[in-house]
Design a protein. Sequence first.
Length: 196
Amino acid sequence: MEETLCLVSEDGQEISLPKHLIQRIGMLKNMPQQSSAAPISLPIKTVVLAKVIEYLQIPVTDMQVDSNSETQTSQTSQASEISNSEDSNGSEDSDSTDTDSESDDNSIFEQVESLQEQTAAEHHFFLSMDISTLVEVTQAANYLFIPDLLDGCCRGIARAMTGLKADEMRRMFNLPDDLTAQEKSQMAHEFAWVED
């Protein structure tokens, strides 16, 4: 049976988290083994913690986007070196290198497909939340140090804010309107060029 860690939400609900998911949480993965038996209290609501765990359960590929481009570049250069050496040595070994090249290409395509599936699952995850939940998950991701979740949440918030005016953003984030009528008219005059 896989080792688990017990997390206690702000509401007092206990949630057991398996070891493979704990490894994705920066705050918890480096905890000493002796403390893993004691429950860990978190200042995060149960609903938000459930969303974080839902995100962590999205399968992760071993390959990241940046390493994918580096892998493709290095494999392309290796393939060109092989073809150049074949041209100089004759075509005796062309059958074996073609097979190697095809298997490398298939491996790359499989990795890219897997990455696309992961990206689609992440995209659906972020679109399934309303803005208030997204903000709370962002705060939880920051607290737990889950950089990929934090980045995705910030992108989701930025998308939600795109094209909104200041009043609409205030309503969205429940921010008080602390500007006087004089300050508003002054800002409207100074930034009239933005409306054009």
